[in-house]
Design a protein around this ligand. Sequence first.
Ligand SMILES: Nc1ncnc2c1ncn2[C@@H]1O[C@H](COP(=O)(O)OP(=O)(O)O)[C@@H](O)[C@H]1O
Ligand SMILES: [Mg+2]
Length: 343
Amino acid sequence: MSENEAVLTIEDLEVEYRIKGKGRLRAVAGVSLEVARGEIVGLVGESGCGKSTVAKAVVGIEKPAAGEIRYRGETVVPLSRIHKRPVSQRNLQMIFQEPASSLNPRRSIGAQVTDALRFATTIPAERYDERVKELLDLVGLPENAAEAYPHQFSGGQKQRACIARALAAEPEVLVADEAISSLDASAQAQIADLLVELVKELDIGLLFISHDLAVISEICDRIAVMYLGKIVEVGTPAQIWFEARHPYARALMRSVPSIGRDGFPEPLAGEVPNPADPPTGCRFHTRCPFVMDKCHTIEPQLIPMDGEGLNQAACLLQEPGNPVDLDAVAARREAAKQETASR
Ligand SMILES: Nc1ncnc2c1ncn2[C@@H]1O[C@H](COP(=O)(O)OP(=O)(O)O)[C@@H](O)[C@H]1O
Ligand SMILES: [Mg+2]
């Protein structure tokens, strides 16, 4: 097996919600993404762009309207069609935003991790206690945490317990949806560090969803930027942060303070359009400072920006392998504007 073997492959995924009296809302409108062993892929984008829906489809909570989710090359059967979880879905575990509400307040942490062992593994019952201790140790909780109840834990410790429970199933892919957003700043950093350690130590893949661009760029190997149900750009943190090729990715990065880049944050202009009635052509054209006529009618596809295809963007300004520097375009336009004004 190659080093870059994908453990999770999302291909042309579409997910729709039925809205009472209003038909369907296509929350995910054709998303393709891979996560390799030992890799952390970040998924970012404004609220409502479909990040959680991607996560739910991956772990089988939402059924895809189209497309495929493959785990190690094997298609994942949607949960709704079967009585029991398919083997492959045990290997995809999710960590949620609110550790408090995903733990049972009336059962000890040890009992809840044991439930996961009973449900998802073939480990003999007499080994449960030992395995629970190993799992608690792996996530940095003391041995006696097994006897504790959720209310005795801080937010960070609760999230560690949730991670231990997810790891009980011996997953090869973890999906973390805003898993650190509800924690205080120091717990956020600690849980982010823990996830990085686990990914490297256990050689698992992690799809890390967050609206916190600073954390994302710090811990992720690659970042995918979503806008209105589609991925508009994928690249390394350096590529996305400093030389984004999609105007939305660029605007999103510039909307927060950055170390290593001059200037103040610029808030994202305009409103997010209604996802039930997305703009034609490029979905970002209504807010794009670089908009051209053809953007109203032609829908851009993701195309490679570099030789390796590590950086891909879906923008009509861009040509394959020949990236346009958006900062330079913006500077040229600004200069031209100044010149016209001074005449
Ligand atoms: N259960 C649901 N029923 C109807 N619409 C939903 C449901 N869940 C999410 N949506 C809509 O789907 C879109 C994407 O939502 P979501 O995946 O939660 O976005 P994100 O996680 O990026 O904030 C939003 O417009 C949201 O309102
Ligand atoms: Mg969400």
